[in-house]
Design a protein around this ligand. Structure first.
Ligand SMILES: Nc1ncnc2c1ncn2[C@@H]1O[C@H](COP(=O)(O)OP(=O)(O)O)[C@@H](O)[C@H]1O
Ligand SMILES: [Mg+2]
Length: 475
C-alpha cells in the first residue's frame, strides 16, 4: 500500500459522491472547492478514451489549478505527463485532461467539435449563462463505458452571480436534487422526453479543517473584509456580495401595499392625467427590452408594464425583427387598460437610428407607427440618475417604483455587478438591457403630468380643473 496522496474532507466527499448531471460546489472562499474539482477529474483516467476539461474564465487564472494538479496527479498516477504548450495531462492509459479558458464568448468555438466526459468550471460566477450552457453540447462520450457529467465551483459575486443563484441556490434547498423535464421534437414528428438533474452543495470555510490547520489566520483575513464581501466569502451568503451595483434595491412584500421600504409594489390603475413613457433597448440575439412608465405629480416614476424579449434562458434573445417588436408594442398599448388610448412618449437607445446600408431599426418600427426619440446614452450620468431615484426618503419612499408584475426587471436589476475593467460602471456582460432602457427614461427626465397652476387665482372657474391627479395619489 502506498501512502495516501489526497483524501477528501467530509463536505468534499459529499460533493464527490453526487450522482446528478450538474453539481455546483459553492459558497465561502477556502472551502476546498477547487481542490475537489481537480481531483474529481481523475475518476475515469483509467479509461483510454476518457477526456476531461477544466475551465477558468481567463487563461492566467488557470495557473492556480495547474499547480494543484502538478502537486497531486504525478503522485497518484506515475507516468502521467503534463504538456505546458497544450495545457494537457496525458495518463498512462491514454486518457487526457485539458485546461481551457473562455475569456470572450467567441472562445466557445475553440470547443466546437470536441467531446468531453467531464467538464469542470472553476469560479462559475465569472461565466455567462451562454458560455456555460454552450458546453452542455460538448458533454458527450468519446467511446463506450464513461460517465458524462458537469461540475462547477463558485463564490458569490461576479457577472454570473444572478443566473447561478437562480439555477442552483434559489431553485431548491442545498443537497436536494433539482429535476428539469426536457422535450425534443424530432423532424419526423417523434418526441423525445428526458430529465436532467442538478444540485447545489454549499461550502463553508470551516469545512476545510486542513486549511485552518495550515493557516489559522485565514479566517481572520476573511473576517476583516468589508461587510458584504465578508458575508459572501466567509459565510458563503448569496444574498450579499461585493460588486452589486444597486445595493439600494429592496423588494419587501410587507411594503407592497403601502410603498414604504420597498421598490416593488402592487399594481394599481394609473390616473388618466399622469404622463406615460416608454423606454427601449434593442436586441436580437440578446434580449430586447421595452418598459412602460407612469409619472405622478411629484415626478415619481412607476414602471407599470414590461415586454422583455428573452427566450427563458438568461440573456438569450428571441430574435424578433423590429416590425414584430413594434407590432407587439402596439398590441399591448391597445389592450392594457393603463395604456389604451393614451399619449406615450418613447425614448430609445440612439443606436437604433443607425442605418448601415439598410433601413434603421427606428425606421422599421416607425412603419408600424411606433416612434422613438433619441435617448441620452451617457452611461455614468444615467447610472447616477438611477441611484438617485432608488434612494429612499425619510418616509421610506423612493422616486422609482416597480409593479410586482415586472418580473424581469425585478430579476435583473439587483443582479448587475461592477465591471472589472471600468470599476465605476455596470458590467455590460451581465443582463443589462432592462437597466439600459430604464437609463434612457431617467435621462429624459420625465416631466410630471402638468405644471402646478399657481398663477391662476384660487377662486376662478378653472380651479376645479386643477390637478385632479392629486386626488388619485395612492400613498
Ligand atoms: N482534502 C484536502 N486535503 C488537504 N488539503 C486540502 C484539502 N482540501 C483543501 N485543502 C487545502 O485548502 C486549500 C484551499 O482549498 P481550495 O480548494 O483551493 O479552496 P477554494 O477553491 O474553496 O477557495 C488548498 O490550497 C489546500 O491547501
Ligand atoms: Mg477555488
Amino acid at each position: 500500500m502506498g501512502k495516501v496522496i489526497w483524501s477528501p474532507q467530509p463536505r468534499q466527499a459529499a460533493f464527490l459522491a453526487r450522482p446528478e448531471w450538474e453539481a455546483l460546489y459553492g459558497g465561502a472562499a477556502g472551502g476546498g472547492k477547487s481542490e475537489a474539482l481537480v481531483m474529481e477529474a481523475l475518476r475515469q483516467v483509467h479509461i483510454p478514451h476518457y477526456k476531461g476539461l477544466i475551465l477558468r474564465k481567463t487563461y492566467p487564472q488557470l495557473g492556480e489549478l495547474v499547480d494543484k494538479t502538478l502537486r497531486y496527479y504525478p503522485r497518484a498516477f506515475p507516468g502521467a505527463k503534463y504538456s505546458e504548450s497544450r495545457h494537457t495531462w496525458t495518463f498512462p492509459s491514454g486518457a487526457r485532461i485539458v485546461f481551457g479558458s473562455m475569456q470572450y464568448t467567441d472562445d466557445r468555438e475553440k470547443y466546437q467539435g470536441a467531446a468531453y466526459d467531464y467538464i469542470a468550471f472553476d469560479e462559475l460566477t465569472h461565466f455567462t449563462w451562454e458560455e456555460y450552457s454552450y458546453l452542455f453540447s460538448r458533454c458527450r462520450p468519446n467511446g463506450p463505458g464513461t460517465r458524462c457529467y458537469i461540475r462547477a465551483t463558485a463564490n458569490p459575486g461576479g457577472v454570473g452571480h444572478g443566473w447561478v443563484k437562480e439555477r442552483f441556490i434559489t431553485a431548491a434547498p442545498p443537497m436536494t436534487t433539482i429535476w428539469t423535464d426536457l422535450e425534443f421534437q424530432g423532424p419526423e414528428g417523434y418526441t423525445l422526453r428526458g430529465r436532467r438533474s442538478r444540485v447545489f452543495i454549499p461550502a463553508k470555510v470551516t469545512d476545510n479543517a486542513k486549511l485552518l490547520e495550515y493557516h489559522p489566520d485565514y479566517l481572520l483575513n476573511l473576517a476583516s473584509l468589508p461587510e458584504a464581501q465578508r458575508r459572501a466569502l466567509l459565510e458563503g451568503d448569496w444574498d450579499s456580495f461585493s460588486g452589486q451595483v444597486f445595493t439600494e434595491w429592496r423588494n419587501d412584500p410587507a411594503g407592497y401595499a403601502t410603498g414604504r421600504g420597498t421598490h416593488v409594489i402592487d399594481p394599481f390603475p394609473i390616473p388618466a392625467s399622469w404622463s406615460l413613457w416608454r423606454g427601449f433597448d434593442w436586441g436580437y440575439a440578446r434580449p430586447f427590452s421595452v418598459g412602460w412608465y407612469a409619472v405622478d405629480p411629484d415626478r415619481r416614476l412607476y414602471r407599470i408594464r414590461e415586454l422583455y424579449g428573452c427566450t427563458g434562458a438568461p440573456n438569450v434573445g428571441v430574435k424578433w425583427d423590429p416590425a414584430r417588436v413594434a407590432r407587439e408594442i402596439r398590441r399591448i398599448e391597445s389592450e392594457d387598460p393603463n395604456l389604451r388610448g393614451r399619449r406615450i412618449v418613447g425614448v430609445a437607445d440612439p443606436a437604433i437610428f443607425a442605418s448601415d446600408g439598410g433601413e434603421s431599426v427606428a425606421a422599421l418600427m416607425a412603419r408600424q407607427q411606433v416612434h422613438w426619440e433619441r435617448g441620452d446614452h451617457q452611461r455614468l450620468p444615467g447610472k447616477m440618475r438611477v441611484h438617485d431615484r432608488l434612494a429612499f426618503d425619510e418616509e421610506g419612499r423612493p422616486m422609482l417604483y416597480v409593479f410586482s408584475t415586472c418580473r424581469h426587471f425585478i430579476r435583473t436589476l439587483p443582479a448587475l455587478v461592477y465591471s472589472q475593467t471600468d470599476v465605476e460602471d455596470v458590467d455590460t456582460q451581465g443582463e443589462d438591457h432592462i437597466y439600459d432602457e430604464l437609463r434612457y427614461v431617467c435621462m429624459a427626465d420625465p416631466m410630471p403630468p402638468r405644471p402646478r397652476r399657481t398663477a391662476i387665482p384660487a377662486s376662478g372657474p378653472l380651479e376645479r380643473a386643477a390637478d385632479p391627479a392629486r386626488f388619485y395619489r395612492r400613498y
